[in-house]
Design a protein. Structure first.
Length: 237
């Protein structure tokens, strides 16, 4: 998906020409005033804002300060003001780059790509959060919640649940679970079954009739929700 860019300038001709140039690389939305920019930023959640300073009404300085209250979206100021004091004012407001008019569209595009690259590199990696019905498992924080309430698992129980989550929807053999959880297939093949039962007691509403950790007869287990509609239909038949 292309990055979403919000262009803000009261010069309609510049806005149109620059928007046409940038649409080859980005998804572009334009705004002709500070107030419009704030509305579009709230609606669009852009990856980058290119903001003119000299606008009637709410100027770029105020718009920039308001945007900073909304998010940490990268901002490039676009202005005819080239004095050092103006640049320092922009950087104190938290802008990421400062481009003075006149400028080339190609240079602005290159600066935008550089700012976006820095922004992506600074983002924390996506957390690995899995949801199975009312069960929510955060693999990075190693937390489990059921119906919004925390569930305490032993390290072995968590490793077993993690193994099933990583192959969510697929049947996992008992031998595979033993290898990944304990490092080998124990002499007692009932170890996996016992820990599955212990885990079911903590994350199933009714451990004797499990709906999350499902048994694949003669093979192993699968993590996923039973098709409640199909179950209801079979009861009605």
């Amino acid at each position: 998906m292309p990055d979403k860019i919000l262009l803000v300038d009261d010069d309609a001709t510049l806005l149109r020409l620059l928007g046409e140039f940038l649409r080859h690389e980005f998804e572009v939305v334009t705004a002709a005033s500070g107030a419009d920019a704030l509305r579009e930023a709230y609606r669009l959640r852009p990856d980058l804002v290119v903001l003119d300073v000299m606008m009637p009404g709410m100027d770029g300085w105020e718009t920039c300060a308001r945007l900073r209250e909304l998010s940490n979206v990268p901002i490039i100021l676009l202005t005819a003001k080239s004095a050092e004091a103006d640049k320092l004012r922009g950087f104190r407001l938290g802008v990421d780059d400062y481009v003075t008019k006149p400028f080339s569209f190609a240079e602005l595009g290159a600066r935008m790509q550089a700012v976006l690259a820095r922004s992506r590199a600074a983002r924390p990696p996506d957390r690995r959060v899995h949801t199975v019905g009312e069960l929510v498992v955060d693999l990075d924080r190693r937390t489990v919640e059921l119906h919004g309430q925390p569930v305490t698992l032993t390290p072995t129980e968590f490793r077993l649940l993690e193994c099933l989550l990583q192959k969510e929807g697929q049947a996992v053999a008992e031998e595979t679970l033993a290898q990944e959880v304990w490092g080998n297939y124990k002499e007692d093949p009932g170890a996996v079954r016992r820990f599955v039962w212990l885990l079911r007691k903590k994350i199933e509403d009714d451990p004797s009739n499990p709906t999350r950790i499902l048994t694949v007869r003669g093979y192993g287990y699968r993590l996923g929700m039973k098709d409640e509609r199909r179950m209801a239909a079979s009861r009605d038949e």
